[in-house]
Design a protein around this ligand. Sequence first.
Ligand code: ADP
Length: 343
Amino acid sequence: MRRLLGSTRGLFIACVAVSSLLAGLVTAFVWLPLAGHLLPPGHFLAPWVPMVLSILLAIPIASFVSRRSARPIQDMVEATKSISRGDYAVRVAEEGTGDIAELLHSFNRMTAELGSTELMRNDFINTFSHEFKTPIVSIRGFARRLRRGGLTEQQQNEYLDFIVEESQRLADLASSVLLLSKYESQKLVGEQTDYDLDEQIRTCVLRLESQWSAKDLVFELDLPRLPYRGNAEMMEHVWLNLLSNAVKFSREGGAVFLAACEEDGRISVTVRDEGVGIDPKDIGHIFDKFYQGDSSHAAEGSGLGLALVHRIVELSGGRITVESEKGRGTAFCVELPAAAGEG
Ligand code: ADP
């Protein structure tokens, strides 16, 4: 910035110097020969008169030109001061051409990015505080009620169960937030190993058996052998999240389908359920942090699961898509590079 302002000062000096040189040339080659013909004989005009006049004229012109070209930079200096005070709404007028115009455009883009990051950060802190406060308030309520006494043994046990459940929810929430912030700051998937994805998915299905058998669900698996190179710990979060959502949002006695294939160097795994489906107004937000479309299951999750899945798939060089119909079911499709490279 200082260099740019310095170059504006340089422009001013250059304008004065060029104008003075031109004035000298005009005086020597135009004015003096012309004055010799126009003035009556015996009259003489000192050569410094037109020279001084030209220089006097050159100074305001140079000052105008340099000030005009410095204005966008000075606007930017002022805008930068506003940003440093935390005002991200500030913008500079995008005028001029060439490098300056591009600089102003990039500056506005950078400010807009900073503004949205700040908004997201505030939003995250607000939601996070709210999500944390709710279980703490209910734990405190139950603990106070227990301390007052006068409860039956059954009531005491119920209240203690609530406290255990809510503290578990807090612990899960804290681990999910920590994990998500860790993966968000990571640029690479980290340690990679060779293993079979189909085997990992089957193990995840078994780990959730208590949940799906409680709802009397059937699992239909169509999983060929899928040799894969990637971070096994991270991929496990993906399958556990997608499968537990499929179970959570399925109706009693429903079915969950798992299919996978490998084609053109890409592995694709689909987890499909015939559950409640996702409202079209929610579908664009389900990968957002803390977003919970279906409030009937809000207490069973934190809205961080799919944000985590999305980040892991992204880090693994893949992509995740979703298709859903309200009341008919949902299908998530994870595509991964068959031999996943870092990043
Ligand atoms: P949660 O902890 O609430 O499950 P997620 O991030 O895993 O959070 O999911 C975000 C939201 O996406 C859920 O609250 C739900 O509305 C929707 N969702 C995710 N998976 C499914 C599914 N299989 N069927 C219906 N809705 C789903």
